[in-house]
Design a protein around this ligand. Structure first.
Ligand code: TMP
Length: 234
């Protein structure tokens, strides 16, 4: 940055399995930062308000039996839904606003790669492997920190049960949780985005306080180091 130009905002991502409380925590964090007069924008993916998001919404709400949409096709729609937002994300940060984001590319990879258990052992060209799933998101603006709200499957189920959407099934959610752990290991191995795993079984207020401290430190780090925006998995 040139002297006098505003410091860029920090990009904070919240990830986790369904029912872990991400959406609640995103709005609490956003309000917290706004109360401190820090410009902050909340994002969420999928963004169901765009045309691509409308297709994703239709897919999620239809039952698994109807409409044989190929798993790769829907994966690419989720990715396209991020790419269509990417310029706006980068702009928002460049203008100095912080971003608190509910799900992103890690959800994309964790969910698609968890869909078919048997594919994991396949060496036949990599159908729905982690690698295949990561490819379309390579190069997206990367978050400065991933906050993973971790919740045991049993705890998630106690929270009023799952809704009727396609992915809200026990076995899938269990596999999703372990895919997230693999993605965390990859980031750690390659020294990329730092992950903060937070026990989401605690009370809303306790979790919120932990997140506030992580977010405060992240903003501080990004702004004192003037670190440039990174690219996903690059
Ligand atoms: P939501 O409940 O946060 O709106 O997300 C809807 C579902 O979409 C949720 O089960 C996670 C899943 N998902 C994907 O499969 N791929 C993605 O890229 C994203 C962002 C979400």
């Amino acid at each position: 940055t040139t002297p006098g130009s505003p410091k860029r905002g920090a990009f904070i991502l919240l990830e986790g399995v369904d029912r872990c409380g991400k959406t609640t925590q995103v709005s609490l964090l956003t309000r917290h930062l706004l109360n401190l007069s820090l410009a902050t924008v909340a994002y969420r993916f999928p963004d169901r308000t765009t045309q691509v998001g409308g297709l994703i919404n239709g897919y999620l709400q239809s039952s698994a039996e109807v409409g044989g949409v190929d798993d790769r096709a829907i994966h690419l729609l989720f990715s396209a839904n991020r790419w269509e937002a990417a310029p706006k994300l980068a702009d928002t940060l460049a203008q100095g606003s912080h971003i608190i984001c509910d799900r992103y590319a890690y959800s994309g990879v964790a969910f698609t790669s968890a869909k078919r258990e048997e594919d994991r052992s396949s060496m036949s060209g990599g159908e729905l492997t982690l690698d295949w799933c990561m490819c379309p998101d390579i190069g997206l603006p990367a978050p400065d920190a991933v906050i993973f709200l971790d919740l045991e499957q049993e705890e998630a189920e106690k929270r009023g049960g799952y809704g009727g959407e396609r992915y809200e099934k026990k076995e899938l959610q269990t596999r999703v949780r372990s895919r997230f752990a693999e993605l965390q290991s990859l980031d750690e191995k390659d020294g990329r985005v730092p992950w903060h795993v937070v026990d989401a079984s605690k009370s809303i207020e306790e979790v919120h306080q932990e997140l506030v401290s992580i977010v405060t430190n992240t903003i501080d780090r990004v702004q004192t180091e003037s670190s440039p925006l990174q690219r996903m998995w690059a």
